[in-house]
Design a protein around this ligand. Structure first.
Ligand code: UD1
Length: 427
């Protein structure tokens, strides 16, 4: 398994281009199942999770042409689901990536049948899919759980319904939004998630002929249509990649310009970092990051659904706060058990106390490099940030987590002066 070696202590300086959003790309790819015509997606990031979704769709019979993909910059995918040859999403593919369950709604809406493996537990909590299943049942889908699979049938098609989410779920909103586009009659999704990736999905579905009102709000109104057609859609910039590099630049005391991004997607992040003493200068599609004074100040953060502070930037913020002056209270409200990075950061000298859903970070003057590893994507990248700040050498194991969500991470950081290299398996 590849590892990443970092020699810390170099302030990042330069420009980093931000890629397309992973969490928009995955549901958009699943949306290709809704039409027998070609969906062309642009600005597709070259990531292991995107390849995993492509594999899954290919075994459903989706024909996938890769434009300039895989390759840096402007990847493009043409997905054509003219003939769906299998409605089964097998365990082996689903267990590797939870977002695989997003094929369930499109398959049952288009084909009247789907058989999708339950994703199972994962490193950041139990993450059930009860909201997905309950919502599809309201659309008239008969669902049985058997042998670890969701068996879904709707021989007469789906009918529209009012769905009230008891709490905000990104995946369930996406799942039911896609299904509703082909359901007969009106559907309303109330207390829907408002993440920009959902707005992106809705915009693409509208291009495909769906009728959706309320995009960007927590109440989505869908009027079902008989069929969807092909479309061309450019994926929004990745706000989590943006936030991660903001944190890396701030942590190292550097001066970095992020381009091809959307500052309005990271407003909550900018607000917190401003309080910590980071100057963020925004233009329409770029953000410049540098420190205002000679150090960082501790600030508190609570993760929340969008437009609140994102859970996917909690671990990175914690890495940033490890060397801030004073204390920072970080509270995780979206996922249970999302503090796996804490013991690893502590091995590098961080002073962190976890109590329930909160972590109290007492800033220390410096971190010291160490061999570390993490069990999820965002936790892994928080260790990269810590490694960039730490004295000496940090080796991060299980780099495949990083490859799931960060395109050319080491190249982008090295271009800003970071001393980082990938150690290939066996090196
Ligand atoms: C998506 C993102 C992920 C991000 C998360 C929260 C993708 C591919 N992944 O994940 O990076 O961290 O949103 O912003 O876009 N829940 C249930 N029952 C359900 C569904 C969810 O209890 O049926 C719970 C989850 O366990 C979690 C919370 O709801 O505690 C939020 O999860 P959700 O918003 O659904 O996250 P994902 O869509 O899995």
């Amino acid at each position: 398994m590849d590892r990443m070696r970092i020699i810390g202590g170099v302030p990042l300086e330069g420009t980093i281009p931000i890629g397309g959003a992973k969490n928009a790309a995955l549901p958009l790819m699943a949306a290709s199942l809704l039409s027998d015509e070609t969906l062309r997606l642009e600005n597709v990031p070259d990531l292991a999770d995107v390849a995993a979704m492509a594999n899954l769709l290919a075994q459903h019979g989706v024909d996938i042409e890769r434009g300039e993909w895989p390759g840096p910059g402007d990847g493009c995918l043409e997905l054509s689901a003219a003939h769906i040859t299998s409605v089964t999403a097998p365990y082996d593919l689903v267990r590797k990536m939870r977002a695989s369950v997003l094929v369930l709604g499109p398959l049952v809406a288009r084909c009247g049948r789907a058989r999708v493996s339950l994703p199972g537990g994962c490193a950041i909590g139990t993450r059930p899919i009860d909201l997905h299943i309950n919502g599809l049942r309201k659309f008239g889908v008969e669902i049985e759980l058997s042998g670890g699979y969701v068996e879904a049938r709707a021989p007469k098609g789906l009918h529209g319904a009012e769905i009230v989410f008891p709490f905000v779920s990104v995946g369930a909103t996406e799942q039911l939004l896609m299904a509703a586009t082909l359901a007969e009659g009106e559907s309303v999704l109330i207390n829907a998630a408002r993440e920009p990736e959902i707005g992106d999905l809705a915009e693409c579905l509208v291009k495909m002929g769906a009728r959706i009102d309320g995009v960007g709000s927590d109440r989505l109104h869908v009027t079902g249509v008989g069929r969807l057609h092909g479309a061309v859609h450019r994926i929004i910039p990745d706000r989590i990649e943006t936030g991660t590099f903001i944190m890396a630049a701030a942590a190292t005391g550097g001066d970095v310009r992020l381009t091809h991004t959307r500052p309005d997607f990271v407003t909550a992040v900018i607000r917190r970092l401003d309080g910590a003493g980071i100057e963020l200068t925004t233009a329409e599609d770029s953000i410049r990051v540098r420190r205002r004074g000679d150090g960082l100040d501790g600030v508190d953060v609570t993760t929340e659904p969008y437009p609140g502070y994102p859970t996917d930037l909690q671990a990175q913020f914690m890495a940033l706060m490890t060397t801030a002056r004073g204390v920072s209270l970080i509270t995780e409200t979206v996922f249970e058990n999302r503090f796996m990075h804490v013991p690893e950061l502590a091995r590098m000298g961080a002073n962190i106390t976890v109590q329930g859903a909160s972590a109290l970070v007492r800033g220390v003057p410096r971190l010291i490099g160490a061999p570390v590893m993490a069990t999820d994507l965002r936790a892994s990248v928080s260790l990269v940030i810590a490694g960039l700040v730490a004295e000496g050498e940090t080796v991060i194991n299980r780099v495949y987590h990083l490859d799931r969500g960060y395109e050319r991470l080491e190249d982008k950081l090295a271009a800003c002066g970071a001393r980082i290299e990938r150690l290939r398996d066996g090196a």
